[in-house]
Design a protein around this ligand. Structure first.
Ligand code: FAD
Length: 429
């Protein structure tokens, strides 16, 4: 890491991640007096973190988490499932601890509408929940139709697998069924999108699988960008582990996909020849989850503008939007960022409902990527509020060094598993 040793960084993450540091001591001692009803939509990285930390900070609140699925399957480590390193159970988490150990009421239903005037949300099951504060953390939805021919039906043939679960299993099955010597296409979208390093980690771990099971196969990454996250590190890893197997086609080289033909398993770039493949993983452009759009929280954009100190919507006061759905750049759309925002948002609500000032927030992100089972790389950053919003703290964080030896990469691969276990138990255990 640049300017910071890993040991110091890990120590700092521990401090920044701890509620008492982010939230401030006076708040921790007084927020217990806060009363009221907080409803949180979405039990993923942002929403479940917010629910848990709010219950700790302000036990007097009535907290309801609305989540449509009975289990949460994480996108982090879903690429490792595709690569055959883990099975889907490893990345599946339940809501028992949130309910039993932390007193959060979990309702498994879909929020269908929000009435900001009446301060209620409607659920698909027919009930209506009143709230004093609402937190919306619905993650992403696919922009269907942004790529000609790519709709829900097409995603059953060319899976996006950008929400983990059945799409992950479908893509894995297609990889298992393809012939040796086959072609896999991964189509990556333009920024901003969920998990900037995700498509390249995916290419790496699919290559790991193909190298063992179908070594004559090839992976083509069609990209709607001319550069990508941790690019020099990924390219170095591909050269070391999978020479000749992965080819990256940038936007300038004709990498942006304009349309797909599912009957012929062919993608059509904006210029250059169409390309046929055995497996197509099409990762389309995205937008904030549907409920955020239904409530108009996105204003006139794809993502939801917020006050980045409190994550309160700038469109509808009293409603907070966190995680992938929110505009929180320069923070990337990652699970770690969503969780960090969930904690800051919990502090903002606890402060407000107990009549205190919001303490100075601090935000953190770290993203590990596996290039192979024993080859990890990472990027990390700490953020504070600047004059015009969230700003990276200069000198904090950095990326893995390019000249690291095998032992270093192997240690980073081990840290990535530790990171996964620690963040998922912080949120769902
Ligand atoms: C392949 C891949 C790999 C990734 N790897 C990493 C990684 O290594 N590290 C990392 O930090 N991040 C990673 N990410 C990114 C991470 O998954 C997201 O950034 C994170 O999940 C965002 O959290 P969120 O709370 O915004 O949304 P989510 O975690 O997606 O949670 C949203 C929840 O809301 C629920 N929901 C949506 N709408 C409704 C509704 N109307 N009613 C009820 N419930 C609703 C959904 O069911 C879901 O459970 C990866 C992503 C991908 C695709």
């Amino acid at each position: 890491m640049r300017n910071l040793t890993r040991r110091n960084f890990v120590r700092m993450l521990g401090t920044v991640g701890a509620a008492s540091s982010v939230l401030g001591w006076p708040l921790v001692s007084l927020a217990g007096k806060a009363t009221g009803r907080v409803v949180i939509v979405g039990g993923g990285f942002g929403g479940a973190s917010c629910a848990k930390y709010l219950s700790r900070l302000a036990p007097g609140l009535e907290i309801t988490l609305v989540e449509r699925d009975s289990k949460f399957i994480t996108c982090p480590f879903s690429n490792a499932v595709l690569g055959g390193l883990y099975d889907i159970d490893f990345i599946t988490h339940g809501y028992d601890a949130l309910q039993k150990a932390h007193g959060v009421k979990v309702v498994h239903d879909s929020a269908t509408a929000i009435d900001p005037g009446a301060k209620t949300i409607s659920l698909a099951g027919g009930s209506t929940l009143p709230y004093d504060r609402l937190v919306v953390s619905p993650g992403i939805d696919i922009q269907w139709g942004a790529i000609d021919g790519y709709d829900q039906a097409a995603s059953k043939v060319m899976p996006h697998a950008w929400k983990a679960g059945s799409q992950t299993l479908l893509l894995r099955k297609q990889l298992e069924d393809m012939p040796d010597g086959g072609v896999v296409i991964i189509a990556a979208p333009r920024n901003p999108f969920r998990c900037p390093p995700g498509p390249y980690e995916r290419a790496s771990l699919i290559a790991h699988y193909l190298k063992q099971a179908k070594p004559r196969s090839k992976i083509l990454i069609y990209d709607a960008k001319d550069k990508f996250s941790k690019q020099p590190l990924f390219e170095q890893g591909w050269q070391a582990l999978y020479p000749g197997m992965i080819e990256w086609i940038s936007e300038s080289e004709g990498g942006a996909i304009e349309s797909v033909d599912i009957a012929n398993m062919t993608v059509h770039p904006t210029f250059g020849d169409p390309q046929k493949a055995d497996v197509v993983n099409l990762i389309p452009p995205q937008k904030a989850g549907a409920i955020a759009h239904a409530a108009g929280l996105n204003g006139d954009g794809a993502w939801c503008p917020v006050n980045q100190r409190t994550f309160e919507s700038t469109v509808h006061p009293g409603i907070h939007v966190i995680g992938d759905a929110a505009v929180a750049n320069p923070m990337p759309k990652s699970g770690f960022a969503a969780s960090s925002q969930g904690k800051v948002c919990a502090a903002a609500i606890a402060a407000d409902l107990s009549g205190q000032d919001m303490p100075e927030p601090s935000y953190v992100n770290t993203c590990y990527s596996l290039v192979g089972p024993d080859y990890g790389i990472s990027v990390a950053m700490v953020y504070r509020m600047g004059e015009s919003g969230i700003a990276a703290v200069q000198g904090a964080g950095g990326v893995s060094p390019k000249d690291a030896d095998h032992a270093f990469r192997k240690a980073e691969a081990r840290y990535s598993v530790g990171w996964y276990q620690s963040i998922t138990s912080d949120i769902w255990a």
